[in-house]
Write a protein that binds this ligand. Structure first.
Ligand SMILES: [Zn+2]
Length: 409
């Protein structure tokens, strides 16, 4: 007799199969085509996917709690079907030392609804080394980055823009953002990262690439991520979004967006880069308006909308949202016995209109408000516990845990 059995159409071994999944002690303990006896059952007609992993979020705490908190951020993630999220270190005080990382862990561990990891900001000082290192070029010198990278033992994740190549424009508006942060700055940064990789061969990932040129420039052993804004928005959308469309790297030409969307076979993962700012912070004049867009709650629906149009297949979606990030960050995930029982259950055909009123994120706006999409998350299970259910909402105050070591011991 199992504690819990999840039954329904499951994406398993590259196809949809009717499965019964027994869950014991937060892990998958048996997979079977025949019925399994259990104390409790979740039976669904909706599609069961391996839990989504988002390797790039900004949940803002500690510090900017007026934009988001670790609780509202992880609630938004759970509602978006995400079971694990990796949080960036650009808090109010950047997380540059292990001591700051430990302090952050103390605060956020009490609030996490889903599992998570915390990045350490690489550069200055470069003494620290943790499983998740984030390099924001421009925060330190290239020499500091090399020192840090050469000693690293974790995954090195890069924001690839070389500030030396940023341009100056007189009386700039949001329409100049793609000129001020030009594609050449991204390409030059990719070449620098290539040189680091060639010299030291450390695990290396470039988050949010935005152009065809970067795809061609980056060495094959360096993994590549894209964000929903660079797949679903371009400079064309600035007429509607104005400064709300400000993000680094910028929204690019429509041709680059279409190139990325049609060449996802060359990409390893999607990270949302969920970067909440308040509407007041976004509507300021350029260049004062803050950079970054929210979007954690609807990215899976944006991908399923492309699937519905015939532009994407299910195996690509699962690879980009689960298997790819799991591999890059060394997470033992996937639907197999012994792995954590993390599942995303989605009504994949449901047509709906994105409405910011339904959102859990504290920032109160989304660039996709009013978009007609396909796919609605019905349930999110983290280690066998239902943390989100469509009809009820968030079902826990705290369940998530850090999946990565903080102290390096
Ligand atoms: Zn980011």
């Amino acid at each position: 007799m199992y504690t819990l059995v999840l039954s329904g159409p499951t994406y398993y071994q590259n196809k949809i199969q009717n499965l019964n999944i027994a869950i014991e002690n937060q892990k998958i303990s048996k997979l079977s085509k025949s019925k399994l006896k259990s104390e409790a059952t979740i039976k669904t007609k909706d599609l069961i996917l391996p839990g989504l992993i988002d390797p790039h979020v900004h949940f803002r705490e500690p510090g900017n709690k007026h934009k988001e908190t670790f609780r509202t951020g992880t609630c938004a993630a759970a509602a978006g079907g995400i079971t694990t999220a990796l949080d960036m270190p650009n808090n109010y005080r950047h997380i540059t030392t292990k001591k700051l990382l430990q302090e952050k862990e103390k605060i956020v561990s009490k609030k996490a609804v889903i599992d998570y990891g915390l990045y350490l900001q690489a550069g200055i000082p470069s003494e620290a080394d943790t499983p998740l290192m984030k390099y924001f070029l421009g925060f330190g010198s290239f020499d500091d980055y090399e020192k840090c990278y050469s000693k690293s033992t974790g995954v090195n994740v890069f924001h690839a823009e070389d500030p030396e190549l940023f341009q100056e424009v007189e009386n700039p508006t949001i329409y100049d953002h793609n000129t001020i942060h030009p594609p050449e700055a991204a390409e030059a940064a990719c070449k620098f990262i290539n040189s680091l990789y060639s010299k030291y061969q450390k695990p290396t990932h470039i988050t949010h690439i935005t152009t065809r040129q970067e795809v061609h420039t980056i060495l094959p052993n360096i993994t590549k991520g894209v964000t929903p804004p660079h797949l679903f928005l371009s400079i064309k959308n600035l007429d509607v979004l104005g400064t709300f469309g400000k993000v680094d790297p910028p929204l690019r030409e429509e041709a680059d967006r279409i190139y990325l969307l049609t060449h996802l076979d060359k990409i390893d993962c999607v990270g949302t880069d969920h970067a909440p700012h308040t509407p007041e912070e976004k509507e300021a004049d350029y260049p004062a308006a803050k950079s970054g867009l929210p979007g954690i709650e609807d990215y899976i629906s944006l991908l399923f909308t492309e699937l519905h149009k015939g532009n994407l297949d299910l195996s690509t979606i699962v690879r980009l949202t689960h298997a790819g990030p799991a591999k890059i960050f060394g997470l033992k995930r996937g639907i197999a016995t012994g792995n954590d029982a993390d599942f995303t259950i989605i009504d994949r055909k449901k047509e709906r209109i994105i409405n910011v009123q339904d959102h859990f994120s504290k920032c109160g706006w989304t660039p996709y408000d009013g978009w007609k999409v396909r796919g609605e998350i019905q349930k999110t299970l983290v280690r066998g516990k239902t943390v989100f259910e469509k009809e009820v909402g968030i079902l826990t105050r705290k369940w998530g845990k850090n999946l990565f070591k903080i102290d390096g011991k």
